[in-house]
Each structure stands twice: as C-alpha cells, then as structure tokens.
Design a binder for this molecule. Structure first.
Ligand SMILES: NC(=O)c1ccc[n+]([C@@H]2O[C@H](COP(=O)([O-])OP(=O)(O)OC[C@H]3O[C@@H](n4cnc5c(N)ncnc54)[C@H](OP(=O)(O)O)[C@@H]3O)[C@@H](O)[C@H]2O)c1
Length: 343
C-alpha cells in the first residue's frame, strides 16, 4: 500500500493557476481536502480563503525539503504547474520519497518521455503510480484511442483530432509553448520520429457545430503516451487550423469565465480513429472548456488509483492504467458527451 492511503489530503502543486483552481474545486466537490501548494504564499492564502478546509504549503520545485513538507501526510500529488520541463522531475522524485501517487497535466512530450525513461523502475519498486499528462491533451486522446481499439491488440494507424471553436490560451499555455523547443514527435514505422516540416495538414469532419475543418499535425503528449502502451505502426495528432492561429496570435485574450464555476464558453470535440487493415474504429467526446475538463479527468484518475479500481504501478499511460470504457462511463454525459464519429 502507498503511504497515507487513507488520508483525504491531496497536494495540488500549482494550485492557484488557471487549471489548478479547477482541480481544487473538483477535489472539494468530491470530498477531498486539497493542500494548496505553490511558490507564492499570498496567492495560496487568497485561494485558501475560498475553500474552507484546505490548507496551504509554500513550496519550490527546486527545493526538495519544501516539496517533502508539501507532500507530507497527503495520499497523492496532482502537479498542475507547467512548464513541466521544470516541475515533473522534482515532483516525481518528491512523490517517490513520500511514497504517494503522482499525476500531472503535461501537454509537452519530453517531460512525459523523461518520466517513463527515468522513473518507471523506481515507481514500481516503491509501489506508486506515476500518470503523466492526465489531461485534455494527452490522457483524453490516449483513453479514446484505447477504448476505440476494443479487442484489437495492435493497429496500423492511430489518429487523434481536436476541434475547438476558439482557443484562448492561459499564461501557462503561452509560456509552455514558448519554452517547448523540443522536436515534435509522431509514430512512424512503430517508433517515435520527428514530424515533417512544414507539418502536414488535411481535412477532418467533426460533428456540428464544427463540421469539416482543415487540421494541422500538432503532436502533443498523447503521442508520448501512445508510444508506451499501444502497438501501432503510426500515430498522428491534429488540431483545427483556426485554433492553431488563435494560440499563435499574441493578441488572443486569455479565457474568460462564462459561469460561476469559472468555465469559459469554449466548446471542443476530440476524436480517435484507429485503423487495422481495411477496418477503422472511432470514438469521440465533446464538451466545454479544455482547461476545466482537465480537472475531472485528473481527479477521476487519482480516485481510481486510491480506491483500488486501478492497481497500476510504475509510470503508466492513462489508457494502460485504467479501464478506458469504465473511465468514460463515470464522466458521461457530463462533463464529456461520447459519440460515434461518422466515416
Ligand atoms: N494537457 C492539457 O490538456 C493541459 C490542460 C491544462 C493545462 N495544461 C498545462 O498546465 C500548465 C499550467 O497551465 P495553466 O493554464 O494552469 O497556467 P497558469 O494559469 O499560468 O498557471 C500556471 C501555474 O503553474 C505555476 N508554476 C509554473 N512554473 C512553476 C514552477 N517552476 N514552480 C512552481 N510553480 C510553477 C504558476 O505559479 P506562478 O504564478 O507562481 O508562476 C501557476 O500557479 C501548462 O504547462 C499547460 O500547458 C495542460
């Protein structure tokens, strides 16, 4: 058993960030006691004032002792502080010392690949699960592809396509994007390979209101996850061109709350198509606000590790750690509506 398995305290690193706030709210809604962690004590205190029962711990990614204090007595740590190139390694190492599960929301590929390469053996030996990229980009596509596979043990091709009715990026998204100069990877001939430049585009038909869209190859953490558990000769991920323009435009504003929960009005659709020979299987999910929906994905994964519905240990992709169909059943029809895409 992991340390503090009976504790109701969950450490949220990056708690006052845009995504962290949704995660804190979701934890409270589900009866957990969030420990709000980050580097700015004043912002932590201001957030704690909104969530009676939460506690705060100032902690720095480059100060292991502060991370040990932050994780002490908690049942798991949810890392929402990106760029994850700065925070993944120190937080996983702290979770290993504390012997508690670790999950994060990385959209970058390299921190996810580093987690698999560097920490899998230690996490298995310690008896904890490390689940990187348990978020809209990354885990959701990985789970959709896994569910679409059904009883297939391998595939010729996996494609994940995202349509947004606009992408108003947070400061964290912008900083992470600007810092992420690593090569973008896809899967070709069964192995990770750099995406061709300029990145290829194609058309993809989503359900209304999106319809037919030009999409560009924008590989994010889902490719890193797929490469570690799903046998496929190729894998690609796409984003609609309008959203790509939004996120690249320095004038696009940050997301604005459209209701009391803080969710924006943004709509999304995400689809996985897996092909084997002449057969293709598809699964899609739609919903509202890619940042907000990350919170129920992350907390659902954490709960499955803590209540034993998943006994995954080591560094694991969501599609490998969880029963994908059962996972979606718990989150549909809110916050995710599942659908069968048309050919
Ligand atoms: N995969 C997905 O679908 C998905 C979804 C949501 C978010 N994300 C990722 O999550 C990250 C955060 O996004 P966001 O929208 O929440 O951004 P945000 O609102 O700007 O929040 C970022 C948070 O991370 C903290 N942080 C960043 N670097 C830190 C460090 N080295 N040490 C301690 N705290 C640090 C920030 O604290 P300070 O203000 O003190 O710097 C802030 O609390 C980004 O990397 C984003 O790409 C991914």
């Amino acid at each position: 058993m992991t340390a503090n398995a009976q504790s109701h305290s969950i450490a949220v690193f990056g708690a006052y960030g845009h995504t962290g706030r949704f995660v804190v709210a979701r934890l409270c809604e589900r009866g957990w006691r969030p420990r709000l962690c980050g580097r700015d004590g004043e912002r932590l205190a201001a957030l704690a004032a909104q969530w009676p029962g939460s506690d705060i711990q100032v902690a720095q990614a480059d100060d292991p002792a502060s991370l040990d204090d932050a994780l002490a007595g908690c049942a798991a740590v949810l890392n929402c502080a990106g760029p994850f190139s700065d925070t993944t390694a120190p937080l996983i190492e702290a979770a290993l010392r504390a012997r508690i599960h670790y999950l994060d929301t990385a959209a970058e590929q390299q921190p996810v690949l580093t987690a698999f390469a560097r920490y899998d053996a230690d996490a298995r030996a310690t008896g904890i699960a490390v689940v990187p990229a348990m978020a809209f980009y990354g885990g959701l596509g990985d789970l959709l592809a896994t569910a679409a596979m059904g009883d297939w043990i391998d595939a010729d091709a996996v494609e994940i396509a995202v349509a947004l009715d606009g992408w108003h990026p947070t400061a964290g998204t912008r900083i992470t994007g600007a810092r992420n100069t690593a090569k973008r990877l896809v899967i070709d001939e069964g192995a990770l390979a750099e995406v061709a430049s300029p990145s290829p585009s194609r058309d993809w038909t989503f359900p209304v209101p999106f319809g037919a869209q030009a999409v560009a190859t924008v590989p994010m953490s889902e490719i890193a996850l797929l490469s570690r558990h799903l046998r496929t000769r190729s894998a690609r991920a796409y984003l609609d061109q309008g959203s790509l323009r939004d996120v690249r435009d320095p004038h696009t504003p940050a997301p604005v709350a459209a209701d009391a929960s803080g969710r924006s009005a943004q709509r999304f659709a995400i689809e996985a198509a897996v092909r084997r020979g002449t057969q293709t299987r598809r699964l899609g999910a739609s919903g509202r606000d890619i940042y907000a929906v990350t919170a129920p994905l992350l907390v659902e994964a954490m709960e499955r590790l803590l209540d034993g519905r998943s006994s995954a240990r080591g560094v694991r992709a969501p599609g490998d750690a969880f029963d994908a169909g059962d996972f979606f059943a718990a989150l549909a029809p809110e916050p995710l509506r599942l659908y069968l895409p048309q050919e």
